[in-house]
Design a protein around this ligand. Structure first.
Ligand code: ADP
Ligand code: MG
Length: 290
């Protein structure tokens, strides 16, 4: 038979849609100890659907959706796509007077002379907008909307766990991975729903991009001696963590360009179990290298 070697391993991986940017990463996979996942777009499909809308202060549901959609119309975040889908109307770009995306918070924009803020509770706090009195009964990610500094309502969006995420977690355990954790910018409730379902060991939520990096450093220090840590993510906010991890793994299909660039391994199928396939290829490769 043809000896594989690390180059052969890279070739074998690429046939499965796994792009490995160097033989040293296959070597590192042979010592995989800790796997850390991002949530949105990595463990979940990143395809949100609007599942609830609550208004406050007399605004109509349609008006609330309209302002949220205008604010989100310049964003590439999976959240933005879901809001635009639910709004269905046309977006007239001339009405957007200013626009700013704040990673880990949401959007602030000026539309038809109104100051619009769309994002999480942290954004409301930052904009000094008092939270609403009602909360949704439906589990999911909650987006709050402020108009001219007043709370105007909330939109609940729900995402689905990838079938493959469950398979990947189980197989990583079978391979002997010691710790499987999640780092997400999303709310605690949304994070725990996904993390518990998958049986993850540690779940860290409501993290800003720089806090994801800080948590990764802690997990790095907790590794077994000689063990390696892989981080798997898809977003712009994951790029620093992907660069810092021993093995950075990005989703190649729907992942952000910055994530793909920062990663050491790219999974073209967006399936987390691609990491398991990569470990298996690394093991075979090692056996034929020596
Ligand atoms: P994750 O780390 O799970 O991939 P992100 O860091 O991309 O999540 O987003 C974290 C949180 O920041 C979101 O759950 C949301 O509350 C808020 N957020 C980020 N981008 C937007 C946006 N375009 N519109 C509204 N909220 C946003
Ligand atoms: Mg993500």
């Amino acid at each position: 038979s043809v000896p594989l070697g690390f180059f052969g391993g890279i070739g074998a991986a690429s046939k499965k849609g796994i792009l490995v940017k160097g033989g040293n990463y296959l070597d590192a996979l042979n010592h995989l100890d800790t796997v850390v996942f991002d949530k949105t777009g990595t463990l979940t499909k990143g395809v949100f659907k609007v599942t609830d809308v609550l208004t406050e202060g007399g605004i109509s549901r349609d008006e609330l959706l309209k302002y949220a959609a205008y604010a989100e119309s310049c964003s590439n975040h999976p959240i933005a796509r879901s809001i635009l889908e639910a709004y269905k109307g046309e977006i007239n770009n001339n009405k957007i007077e200013s626009y700013e995306e704040l990673p880990g918070f949401g959007i602030v924009a000026k539309i038809e002379g109104k100051e619009i803020a769309v994002g999480n509770g942290r954004l409301m706090k930052r904009e000094k907008i008092k939270p609403g009195r009602r909360g949704s009964e439906i589990p999911g990610t909650v987006l709050h909307i402020g108009i001219n500094g007043e709370y105007a309502g909330q939109i609940t969006i729900s995402d689905e766990i990838k079938e493959d995420a469950k398979v990947a977690v189980k197989q990583l355990r079978d391979l002997g991975v010691k710790k499987i954790a999640m780092l997400t910018g999303d709310s605690r409730a949304a994070a725990e729903m996904v993390g518990r379902h998958l049986g993850l060991d540690e779940i860290y939520s409501e993290l800003l991009p720089e806090q994801k990096l800080e948590k990764l450093e802690v997990l790095n220090k907790e590794k077994s001696p000689g063990g390696k840590l892989a981080f798997v993510g898809d977003g712009i906010n994951d790029a620093p963590v992907l660069a810092r991890a021993d093995i950075g793994v990005a989703m190649g299909g729907l992942g952000a360009d910055a994530a793909i660039e920062a990663a050491d391994i790219v999974l073209m199928t967006d399936e987390p179990s691609g990491l398991v396939s990569a470990v298996k290829i690394a093991r075979i490769t090692k056996n034929v290298v020596w």
